[in-house]
Design a protein around this ligand. Sequence first.
Ligand SMILES: [Zn+2]
Length: 467
Amino acid sequence: MSESVGGTDRVSVAKAEYGRLRAGHLSAVSAALEDHVARLDWPRERIERYRDQRLRALLAYARERSPFHAARTRGLDPSSATVADLVRLPVMTKQEAQEEWDAIVTVPGLDREKAEHTLAGQAWFSYTPEGQQIFSSGGSTGVRGVYAWDWELFVTLACLAWRMQAREERRGPPLRHPARLAVLEAGVPPHASTPLFDVPSAAGMETVVIPASAPFDEVLAAVAAARPTHLVGYATVIGRLARAALAGMLEIHPVRVSTNSEPLFEEDQRAIREAWHVPVHNLWGSTEIGVQAVGCGRGVGLHVCEDEVVLERVDEAGTSVAPDEPAARTLATGLANRTFPFIRYDLGDEITPLPGRCECGSSFARLADIAGRRDDDFRYPACTIPASVFRHVLGTDPRVSEYQVRQTRAGAEILVVGAPDAAALTSSVTAELRRHGLPEPEVRIRPVDRLPRHEATGKLRRFIALR
Ligand SMILES: [Zn+2]
């Protein structure tokens, strides 16, 4: 390659190439959205019948094509299995999902090495020759994860992420034109957030991606210039925009707001309602499963995507517990993911079922808003930083194998196992903290050989807040 082909050219070529295939992908999403909106009116029996059939399809496929799942689903007949039979299968951990990647993936010719190669070599988001997208994220445990979303999976997940909003757009008065969605997500690879949320939920809607990691002044200016009718983005970023609007620093008039990727804190939810008096659709998802539950914008809490995801609340031994009993963990089975099946996958979040039927009319079960683990949040005089902010940076650096974040008075000290570029990592973390409202963050990266674990439990505390 000649010197004249600089980084910018390489990125614009990659963007154009990605955009051409993505345009087709978005058309597939629009087509499938019709079916997904209609499903929201299904009665319970229909949801359950459909879910069992989808589960049988997944189990049969995984057993034939994934050596990992073949061994674990032995003894279960996929042709007659129901959701109630899942309890007979072992729990799948994040560690296993990443360490046994090549035995889990069902596509010949795709393995962890190729996925890493794609991540390292792409100048922008991209599709593999088989139509998969490769993403990376640092989940709740802090272990870096690499994920493959096939063409059909993306179509399903985008429908799950947007069908609630699409239903409401159809029920409500005609949209003002031009309808414009401002997308406040990572804005860059390897996070799945931008492809998943940069999706119009109504015909004729334009979208504008505004990278949420830019300095907040720039984000504010870009949002003001976009004059959005709709907003979607990280919960804390949307909350901060709402506070800016309340303070008279942002003059926009959105009619609908969607939040994701972070717990929706009470203070952010309140600010959004006070600033704009609009329905809020909060989403609970993960890069592994995609979308687990979405708020309908009418009733409280989130509706579980029961047609595409099975959630189980279990005790320490993996046995189901009753809705009114406390659970140790939440397991998820993603019914739409054939390329990399997750069956009884430990999500690490805690969920609380909500009883009764929702005022929106849907029979899909509901959960209380996901609180996240507030113990993990760092509270500073100026702001609260959710742990996801650190995971967002540290969990996707391939040269960081493990880390521990310790809150300091004005920032954080980060112990890192691996061989990261300390200067680059320091500036990325600093930028993220600043964008969340921490003035003059002090960040120190300390390379270590290993991290101290709890003497009794052997568990690692990933985040240590100042008390
Ligand atoms: Zn509802």
